[in-house]
Structure formats: structure tokens, C-alpha cells
Design a protein around this ligand. Structure first.
Ligand code: PAF
Length: 279
């Protein structure tokens, strides 16, 4: 397995892979890999003959005061995991390979990027869409794999790919959870043992709320009640806890399938997000 950091060697490596493999899957990551990422790799290996993983901590998707500098970086450990999984190539570009001097382009997906994480992290999805468009053009994969854990991100990328005529498949892979239900995230590493115990309230309250919505309860009351319980369980701020159309992410005042419950809340210095189907 090769690790390349510059466009020249990337082109050579891709040419080599395409000579031997019938199709190529891309798993874009920011590193600090956990079992959730490895599930994406697994899905890519199942569907594609060759697999490229990218590792790039994308500065433009972090807002001021967010955790760009503190974001966990562990390339050697990540590379060992990817090699053991059978990945063909790691694309770990230097910043100038993504944002060369004079870079002036911004990919902005309106509508679906607003509200939810787009509301609490202004500019975040422009950063994501821009870097993902760039990675798609650099790798030209046959399929690209993203976690459903970042549900709005997946929706933004699907919209962007369709709008910009990227013809490869965009595959959403279900969220991987710890046995107690907490969704795996690189940011879970920031939690103290006590916060980690309390954090399970997020998936618990989401499941309770989803069940109550399906039973036909009043959506407003259910969402308010779930948030109050979350705040009583150790979370100190809730960015959103909302029921949305699972495909368009539009608001859903009256329950109708397909529906998705999405939440983001802060515990200690960590912001956790999660989402589940309401069905
Ligand atoms: O989900 C992530 O890790 C990132 O947002 C992505 C898609 C790799 C873009 O930087």
C-alpha cells in the first residue's frame, strides 16, 4: 500500500491501480480512524476492486474557535489499519495540493446546507463540499463512501454530486455504535470517563423520541421533553434536536415517512451529533 502526498505521484499510482483493478472506490476521511471509518472501507472493499482512502484534515470546514488544531492526527496508526484492511492507496495531500496559492473557488450547496449543522457551523458545508469536489476530481472514483452519522453532510454531497454531474455513486453507510448505543466519532476521544457515561443519553433520548413520534404523539412536546431530559443528563447546550424529511431535510411539523431525527448537543468541550430513522 502506497501513501502519496503530491498530485504527480497520485496520478502515477492511480494509473497503476486502474490497470489492475476494474473499478475504484474512494473513502474520504480526516484520519483518526475508528471502527466507523473501517465500516466505510469494508463497504468500499465489498463493492469495488480497488480502494483509495484519503486522509486530509480540511481547514476550511472548521470555524473559528473550533477544534482544527486539536483535531486528532495519527497517520501511522491510520495507515496500519488501512493497510491491514487491504486498501490500495492512501491519498494524504499536503495543504497546497488541495488549496494551492491563489485558490479562490468555493462550492456552496444552498438549501440543504442551511439549518441543522449548517446553522450552528456557518461555512462548514462550503468547506466540505469544496474539498469533496476536489477529491472527486483528483481521484475520479467509481463510487465514494460516506457515513450516515454525518447525515446532513451526506445529503449535501449527494446534492452537489448530482448538481455538478459527478456520475459516480455516492454510498451512505449506516452509523457504527458502541454497545451502549453511542455513535462512534473521532470526537468521542475528547470525553472524560464521566462524560462518556453521560453521552449515551443522546442516542437514548433520540430513540425514545422516535418511538413516541411513531406512536402518534405531539411532535413539539416530544422534542421539547427529549431536550429537557438531555439537559438533565449532563449535556449543557443543544444546537438542534429536530424531525426532518429524510431526503430533503425539510422541516416536518407532521410525521410522514421518510423521516429522520437529527440532533447536535454539547457535553463538556465536545459537540456530539447523531441521527436516526423514524419509522
Ligand atoms: O466526514 C469527514 O471526515 C469529512 O467531512 C470529509 C468528508 C472527509 C471532508 O473533509
Amino acid at each position: 500500500m502506497q501513501i502519496v502526498r503530491q498530485m504527480g505521484p497520485l496520478r502515477d499510482a492511480l494509473r497503476d491501480i486502474r490497470r489492475k483493478k476494474s473499478n475504484v472506490g474512494l473513502v474520504p476521511t480526516m484520519g483518526a480512524l475508528h471502527a466507523g471509518h473501517m465500516k466505510l472501507v469494508e463497504a468500499a472493499m465489498e463493492r469495488c476492486d480497488g480502494v483509495v482512502a484519503s486522509i486530509f484534515v480540511n481547514p476550511t470546514q472548521f470555524g473559528e474557535g473550533e477544534d482544527l488544531d486539536a483535531y486528532p492526527r495519527q497517520e501511522a496508526a491510520d495507515a496500519a489499519l488501512l493497510e491491514a484492511a487491504g486498501v490500495d492507496l492512501i491519498w494524504a495531500p499536503t495543504v497546497d495540493q488541495i488549496y494551492p496559492e491563489g485558490f479562490a473557488t468555493n462550492v456552496s450547496v444552498s438549501g440543504i446546507s442551511t439549518g441543522l449543522c449548517g446553522g450552528s457551523r456557518p461555512g462548514h458545508f462550503d468547506g466540505v463540499a469544496t474539498v469533496v469536489a476536489k477529491l472527486f476530481n483528483q481521484i475520479r472514483p467509481d463510487a465514494a463512501f460516506f457515513g450516515e452519522k454525518d447525515y446532513q453532510q451526506l445529503a449535501v454531497i449527494k446534492r452537489m454530486a448530482s448538481d455538478l454531474d459527478f456520475t459516480h455513486d455516492i454510498i451512505g453507510v449506516p452509523t457504527v455504535r458502541d454497545p451502549d448505543g453511542l455513535a462512534l466519532s473521532s470526537r468521542n476521544a475528547y470525553l472524560t470517563p464521566e462524560q462518556r457515561r453521560q453521552a449515551v443519553a443522546l442516542p437514548d433520548m433520540m430513540r425514545d423520541a422516535a418511538d413516541a413520534i411513531v406512536r402518534g404523539g405531539d411532535i413539539d412536546n416530544i422534542l421539547k421533553d427529549a431536550q429537557a431530559k438531555l439537559l438533565a443528563s449532563g449535556f449543557h447546550e443543544i444546537d438542534y434536536f429536530e424531525l426532518r424529511n429524510a431526503e430533503t431535510l425539510e422541516n416536518m411539523p407532521i410525521f410522514k415517512k421518510p423521516a429522520r431525527l437529527l440532533a447536535a448537543a454539547h457535553i463538556g468541550r465536545t459537540r456530539l451529533i447523531d441521527n436516526i430513522a423514524v419509522a
